[in-house]
Structures are given as C-alpha cells and as structure tokens.
Design a protein around this ligand. Structure first.
Ligand SMILES: [Zn+2]
Length: 331
C-alpha cells in the first residue's frame, strides 16, 4: 500500500514536471504565428494571394553562397516578359524575377532599380525603353531600393553610358562598401557611393517629385519610393515597396523593423491616398498579367489602380506575415 502511494506520487510528480517543461498545446511551436497567418489570409482575400507566400516558414539561416549562385542563375535564365506601360508616366522594363521601373518626367527619366547585371541593363532596360519609345540617354537618376545585387547589378553599365546620379540610403551604401549580405558572380559590381537619402527625402526632376521613405527590414536601409502617376486623365499616388522577403534568417530586430515599417506605411497610405502599390518583383504585384490585361482588345480601366483600402490590405498581409515569422522564431 505504501509503495503504491509512492508510485502514484512519483507519477503525479512526473506529470507535473512534464507540464512545467512543456507549454500548453495551444502554444506549441507548430501553432506559433497561426493567428497572424489567419489574419494575413483574411486580409489577402482573393486578389492579394501572391503576398501570402510571405507567411510560409522562413529559413532560420541565410542562403549559402552556393544556394545564392544557383537561385540567381535560375532566375536569370527565365525568359523576360515584354516591357510595358503601366501609367502615362511609368513603364515596366524588368526581368521575370526582378523589376525595373522607368518614371518619365518633363526633364528626363528616373529609373527605379537596375536588375542583375550589365547584360540585363542593356537588353531589358535600354532595349525595353527603346521599344516603348523612351530614350535611355534621358535617365538622370537611378534609385536603388536596396543593396542586393538583383537591384544594383546593372547600375554601373548605365552610369558609364549616361552618367545618371545614383540614389541609395546610408545603411545600404555602407553595406556596398563593407560586407555584402549576398554575393553572386552573376551580379554586376556594386555602384560607387553617390547620393545618400534618408527617410522623407525627395528627388525632384522636372515636374515630378519622388519621396523616399525608409522601410527597413528586408535590408537595414531599404527605401520605398512614393510618387504621382496618371492614367486615363486621372492622377493617382503610387508606392513601390522596396524590399519584401524575409531572406535574412532568424533576426528578430529586423522583423520588428519590418512590422513597424508596414504599419507606418499603412498610415501614410491613408494620409496621402496612395492607391497604387507596386513591387520590385513582379510576382508580388501581378505586373505581367496586368500589363497583358491592359493591352487586350477592348481593355478598360487600369488594373494597377487598386484603391487605398487594397493598398492598406497589402501592407496588412505583409505585416501579419512578418509577425507570424517573428512568433515562429520566438521573440
Ligand atoms: Zn533583396
């Protein structure tokens, strides 16, 4: 009888200890972030599903050099989509994976991002602009959204030919001068430090003003350009999100800055009536099917005009997926 009591007590102790060391089932690792994933999916609705890829579990470590080389080769090998005109003053001249946007002003062109390397800058940016009736010699500024090679790799080729000024944030210029986060032999060399912008600075060219907002997270110095576009005689306000994916491994402060940046831009979208949200990767914003839709016979309206509530929903999806990722990593 005595031994029976002791063994029951031992079993009870074991259960107690087990329940102390194991959190309740609702908070196990498998469920971490589930509420944020659900919120992201709800915000995404049917039209913004492409952004929910951000809610997939992100790797805890950064891709190795070999993985980057393979990934970049695979993306560069994809056939490029046709260039196209999204607005009266905004043209897509990108690759399949990474986008470049040419913003036409009354006094030249502001190019946003420059693709992977000189060959893409030549074929897709210069070639694409010519197909669309633009002169690459009119490029006066290149805004580089962040210091990853798929966005800066073509800069030097264009600088050598046309001498545009190059714009980046201090943090990302510093990265080009120090240790790069990712390196690939297929990317053009880093550009030489030129114009440094901080949050809220603007580049003005002719009749066009591009305000650059710091939206850190994807890199420490990611910038997102905001500017006016016109279509069908109507003015709209556009934002190009400067860096989207969580490819930096387990880094809680970075996720926190991404969460802060998406919340802040959600508010700004409301204040400035931002009703167009574009990406520097066409997979996120549906650039290619939208351009095809616009060139179809009998096309009406502009599918790039989302409306401010949808711009805010896009930022909500990104924000909730960042929170889900933070919860999975354990904050
Ligand atoms: Zn990047």
């Amino acid at each position: 009888m005595k031994s029976m009591t002791l063994s029951l007590m031992a079993a009870a102790m074991a259960t107690l200890l087990a329940s102390c060391s194991n959190p309740p089932a609702r908070q196990t690792a498998g469920d971490a972030g589930a509420a944020h994933v659900a919120a992201a999916n709800q915000a995404a609705g049917a039209d913004l599903q492409a952004l929910t890829v951000l809610c997939k579990p992100a790797p805890a470590t950064r891709a190795s050099h070999d993985e980057v080389e393979k990934g970049v080769a695979g993306q560069i090998a994809r056939p490029a989509p046709a260039p196209g005109k999204a607005f009266d003053n905004l043209y897509f001249v990108g690759a399949a994976w990474v986008s470049a946007w040419a913003l036409k002003t009354s006094d030249g062109i502001i190019l946003i991002d420059a693709l992977n390397n000189a060959q893409e800058a030549s074929t897709l940016i210069e070639g694409g602009m010519k197909k669309l009736g633009l002169n690459p010699a009119d490029i006066k500024y290149i805004v580089v959204t962040h210091a990853h090679g798929d966005h800066y790799g073509g800069v030097n080729h264009l600088v050598e030919r046309y001498r545009p000024r190059v714009v980046m944030s201090e943090a990302d210029w510093a990265m080009t001068e120090g240790k790069l986060e990712f390196e690939s032999s297929q990317w053009g060399p880093v550009p030489k430090r030129d114009i440094v912008v901080k949050d809220g600075d603007a580049i003005t060219l002719g009749d066009t003003r591009v305000t650059l907002y710091a939206t850190p997270g994807h890199t420490a110095g990611t910038i997102s350009p905001v500017f006016d576009v016109t279509t069908g005689g109507q003015k709209h306000r556009a934002m190009i999100w400067g860096g989207t994916a969580f490819n930096f491994g387990r880094d809680i402060p970075r996720l926190d800055s991404y969460i802060g940046a998406t919340s802040r831009m959600m508010q700004l979208a409301g204040e400035q009536n931002i009703d167009v949200m574009l990406s520097n990767h066409a997979g996120y914003d549906g650039t290619v099917p939208k351009l095809a839709q616009m060139s179809a016979p009998g096309a009406r309206g502009n599918p790039f005009v989302l409306g401010t509530p949808t711009v805010r929903r896009s930022l909500t999806v990104m924000n909730e997926c960042a929170q889900a990722t933070r919860d999975r990593f354990g904050s």
